[in-house]
Design a binder for this molecule. Structure first.
Ligand SMILES: [Zn+2]
Length: 252
């Protein structure tokens, strides 16, 4: 069912929340746009102007690694200024109430953690861009340290072990994180209400989760500005601004 108006959408959502045992929110870029984080994949988004650097290119040359870091730091003001939006806060409320044990996200902006959900309950399918790791030994590095060295030496630093240091994100051509994928699958199979929020649901394998939830008997809700290919079979579809739809559920 496509909600005919905002009021019906909120009422139906409330009823679904009240009649579900385990809710799994699955979030994409759309939940963070009101926080000032651009949707890289959208038409006119950063990736249509500036092709993302594939993983093999990052590994292949120092120049590409330097370029990847310069691009990351060009975005730093936006990431640092971003605060959780109404959607994030509503989901944090559901989590606090014990209704949503974990959140699955395609986002790399750390805003679910910033909204108060413990990091172990945020399953990041595409990693996290607010810190970095060594690709060989997995040691964690903080971004200011890398920025300092990049500007002092004109070159991105390597790990003490010799490995390359990269934001903790999953690049194109890089393997999906096994543990996160497994946790996401477990959450999905244990839920009776799957909430797909702000995702176009086209990026695989991430888009397989709503399908898995439905096949397992869960209800599917889609909140997204644009239509998705799951709209026909979803139990509720809301084509409206995410923050506005979820605002009534903040702090309840
Ligand atoms: Zn290392």
């Amino acid at each position: 069912m496509i909600a005919p108006d905002l009021e019906t959408a909120v009422e139906t959502l409330r009823e679904f929340f009240n009649t579900s045992q385990a809710i799994v929110p699955f979030t994409g870029a759309g939940i963070s746009t009101e926080c000032g984080i651009p949707d890289f994949r959208s038409p006119g988004g950063l990736w249509t102007k500036n092709q993302p650097i594939p993983f093999d290119a990052f590994l292949a040359s120092q120049e590409m690694r330097d370029e990847a870091w310069r691009r990351r730091f060009a975005m730093e003001e936006q990431f640092r200024a971003a605060r959780p939006g109404r959607g994030h806060r509503a989901l944090a409320t559901l989590h606090r109430m014990g209704r949503a044990p974990g959140i699955i996200t395609q986002n790399i902006d750390n805003l679910h953690q910033a909204s108060g959900i413990p990091a172990e309950n945020v399953i990041e399918l595409h990693g996290n861009t607010t810190y970095a790791i060594c690709l060989d030994c997995a040691r964690r590095y903080e971004l200011p340290w890398i920025r300092e060295r990049l500007s002092a030496h004109g070159q991105a630093p390597d790990c003490a072990c010799g490995g390359y240091i990269k934001t903790a994100t999953v690049s194109f051509g890089q393997a999906m994180p096994e543990r996160a994928m497994r946790q996401a699958e477990e959450l999905t199979l244990a839920c009776d209400l799957f909430l797909a929020i702000g995702s176009s649901l086209v990026v695989w394998p991430a888009a397989g989760f709503p399908l898995l939830a439905q096949r397992n008997g869960a209800r599917l809700v889609i909140i997204n500005r644009e239509p998705t290919e799951f709209d026909d079979t979803a139990d509720l579809v809301v084509h409206h601004d995410i923050g506005t739809v979820l605002a009534p559920f903040v702090g309840q």
